[in-house]
Design a protein around this ligand. Structure first.
Ligand code: ADP
Ligand code: MG
Length: 469
């Protein structure tokens, strides 16, 4: 066999493998992680593949390398491993071709003006006047990583550690109190520590707007613009705040473009993904979508428990595991409430010099626990979900199996499981007397879809928030 034939064979195998992966992991994950992979060549018993960025190689290695190796072995048992390397240039090229909207941004990945090493001293003076204070306690070390936030964490870390802007902007989004600000400040703290000459500015979108309005009133927008000229890393928190505020958006758009064109890093956070931000100008939305959009999901029990353990360790208090488990079960709203609850329990115990027990915890936190106990009914869920997907409420009970009604029904079952204390058989009964295995299947299916389809995940998340709100 000639080496060319050998290569063709490998290419065919790769086509097979990637299409199997596509069905296994779903379209969204496939587009994000598998499609950008290029097969390089076979090297003895190693298959060499390339991806466009370091970030992607880390991600593919951490999440797909076992599966990739197994699938290659299915094709050819003599293969030992799959090796991932980074081949950057193709990436910017492909992006330039593929996404016209982003060409100006993509050019900055390789553009000649890239400035990573920091600006002049004059710049530092200016920055210190515009950045909000960055609390040193918010670091990557103090951030507990779990399934709901691992992607956002990895992306933020990548931005903090990168020598070359890896994606621009990094857009972090998620519900309130889930760690967006913490991650942004962690990026700021990290960069300020390892490259103090780089000019990192963190500010809320609200602050950005107030400064801009003041500049307009004082007729010195030139100064305003000037302040941003020397910024290496600009982080704007809670950008949803400028929705519907046209002139602020306009100014932000220009600041954004100017910085990106010079290869400076931008990090933005919001409570929703760019496309869901109502009252945000189309061109700004498309800019915000150009980099990497990373979401933080609602916490899981495991993550909440992890956060409590880490927090207790940090403040140096022994807390019975029963109490931790109780809190992780009960305080599900967000991490801020969870931390607040823990602090109150600890403060109370220290103040009156009593041991922390389950009873004192329940006593001290009765209001917080009651707020988290506000359970929605299955009927409310069915109503809200039907409205959202534009179907009839009666379809929640009907036997119709068309996708257009079956999927919303599954979402409603999923939310019923998440948000009520009802058992699977009880839920099944409320959905036209369905079997508990049907409910179980729905929960599993929705979980899978959430993982691989960000738009779907966001739909579910919005519904959850509306129902809980
Ligand atoms: P957001 O900006 O998303 O509303 P924050 O970043 O302000 O949320 O987080 C709220 C609080 O919860 C902060 O005190 C933050 O340190 C803490 N927190 C959130 N997520 C985590 C996490 N994964 N590990 C540790 N602390 C967290
Ligand atoms: Mg915040």
């Amino acid at each position: 066999m000639t080496s060319e034939q050998g290569h063709d064979l490998t290419v065919n195998q790769w086509t097979d493998i990637s299409s199997r992966l596509r069905t296994e992991i779903g379209e969204a994950a496939f587009q994000s992680w598998i499609k950008p992979i290029s097969l390089s060549h076979r090297d003895g018993d190693i298959i060499r593949i390339t991806v466009p960025t370091r970030f992607m190689s880390d991600w593919v290695n951490a999440h797909y390398s076992d599966r990739l190796t197994a699938l290659w072995r299915d094709q050819d048992a003599s293969i030992k491993s799959v090796d991932v390397t980074v081949l950057p240039d193709r990436y910017s090229q492909a992006r330039n071709e593929e996404r016209e909207n982003c060409t100006a941004l993509a050019s900055s990945y390789t553009g000649p003006n890239r400035r990573q090493k920091g600006n002049s001293v004059q710049g530092e003076d200016k920055a210190s006047t515009i950045s909000a204070p960055v609390d040193p306690r918010f670091t990557f070390d103090s951030f507990v990583v779990g399934k709901p936030n691992e992607f956002a964490y990895a992306a933020a870390r990548r931005v903090a550690e990168a020598d070359i802007v890896p994606f621009n902007p990094l857009f972090l989004y998620g519900g309130v109190g889930l760690g967006k600000t913490h991650l942004m400040l962690a990026v700021a703290n990290h960069i300020r520590k390892v490259s103090p000459q780089r000019n990192v500015v963190y500010m809320s979108a609200e602050k950005f707007m107030h400064r801009f309005i003041r500049a307009l009133q004082e007729k010195n927008t030139v100064d305003f613009k000037d302040q941003f000229r020397s910024v290496d890393v600009l982080m704007i928190d809670d950008v949803q705040f400028i929705c519907g505020k046209e002139s602020t958006q306009e100014e932000f758009f220009h600041t954004f473009n100017a910085l990106v064109d010079q290869g400076r890093q931008i990090v933005v956070s919001a409570d929703k993904s760019p496309s869901y931000l109502e009252g945000m100008e189309e061109r700004l939305v498309s800019r915000l979508n150009c980099g990497l959009v990373a979401d933080i999901h609602a916490t899981t029990y495991e993550l909440r428990l992890g956060i409590l353990q880490s927090k207790a360790e940090r403040i140096g208090v022994e807390i019975p595991s029963k109490v931790m488990e109780f809190l992780a079960h009960k305080v599900t709203s967000n991490v801020r409430d969870l931390e607040g609850g823990l602090n109150r329990v600890v403060a109370h115990a220290q103040l009156i010099g009593r041991e922390i027990t389950l009873e004192t915890t329940q006593e001290v936190l009765h209001d917080l626990l009651r707020a988290n106990d506000r359970r929605v009914t299955i009927e409310e869920i069915q109503k809200q979900v039907s409205q959202h997907f534009n179907i009839r409420v009666s379809d929640m009970q009907s036997a119709r199996r068309a996708r257009a009604v079956a999927r919303p029904r599954q979402v409603a079952m999923y939310l019923a499981k998440q948000l009520t204390a009802r058992s699977l058989p009880e839920i099944g009964r409320k959905f036209g007397g369905r079997d508990h295995t049907t409910v179980m299947h729905a929960v599993k299916r929705v979980d899978e879809l959430r993982e691989y389809d960000p738009m779907f995940a966001e739909d579910v998340e919005l519904l959850r928030r509306m129902l809980e709100g």
